[in-house]
Design a protein around this ligand. Sequence first.
Ligand SMILES: [Fe+2]
Length: 413
Amino acid sequence: MESFLDYDYHNTMLETSSESTAAELILNPNLSVRLELSTTAKNGTADTHRLGVAQHPELARFLVAAALQGELNQSLTALALPLFHQLLELKILIPRPNSASPVFFGSGPLLDFLPKHGSTTEPCAADELVLNETLCLQGTELPPLLAGRVSAGLPLSSESSAWAWVENPGSRILFPFALSKAQLEALEAIVSNRCPASSLDRDIREYFRGAGILVSKNYFLTKSERWAAAVKNGRAELLADGFVVLREVLTPLQIAALRSYCRDLRSEGYFELDREQVVNMRSYMQNEPFMSFIHQRLLGVIRDLTASDLIPSYSFLTTYDSGAVLERHIDRDQCAWNVSLFIDSQPEVSLADSWPIYFDVGGKVSGVRLAMGDAVLYRGTEVPHWRNALPAGQLATVLLGHYVPQSFEGALD
Ligand SMILES: [Fe+2]
């Protein structure tokens, strides 16, 4: 039977034959072949390299064979020494323990990552708690109710028995909370009215409170009203100051989950070293799937605040090292509006000591300090912004979410 390749080949030959015969064909003398390779290794940073095959024939041969086979197919002792050193330098050969493990959101306990400063869940008597009406339980499959609202392919941990999705009625952040077997059973008992929230084990009840799975009766009204007021004031501030600070966009338990996730990604080596802007002093992941989901969920609030019909361009999760300086600059066109959402401070510092970002709006310079979970919105392409050196001994992780007008015609990354 004729194969697909044969079919294409014969047709191509037929088309070609009107102008030249096969014997007259030559290899295009301007052919240039380049290989792009990316590597990740535990406790390092992800790297991408491009190399010309003609300039590095031995290396190219090794890489193509390795990529096709997925394992070493030759003894390393047979390699020429220069090639061997090149493979080590490019992290193509690494010690087995340095091999990066996949990272999933929601694995591991969260208590160690809860911010010590900042907001706490508002007090509410256990017998007055009710189920959050936006609660949606996910087992192995995404429930139809979440279709279109949750991106496919989120890296959720398979260790949890289920996921509880809840939406903040103010910020409209939709967020998954991992449930253990005991937590799932407790929640199912409440959902089916088999037991009241007041009879829950204390730790489970506190987790449900922190996640917003159990809320006070006036939760929706309070949250919605507060956020509506924040948006109204925020619009005015944006007009007057050129930026606006948004407090508690993420709750402490959401921050705990993100801190844990981001640290795992970094320690497994998935962050790439910045070689362009904050050279060698920060690392980043562009369009990391879970962070892009948060970025997209923030769109509604950003549209409300800016009164503009915007779309997300790209997200940039970045960790600054001690001493990092973000020089004064304005951004490229993909960053018409920026949200800088503060995710993690290592070690945690109080709001008064957090690392400020500065804005120059018409000659007036303002410094903004954010607690974990706070964000600041500003016009990236118009307002010069910068950060002075991050104090010694500190790391700071920030999610930058960029937005552009719907009419934007450039690339979105
Ligand atoms: Fe910027």
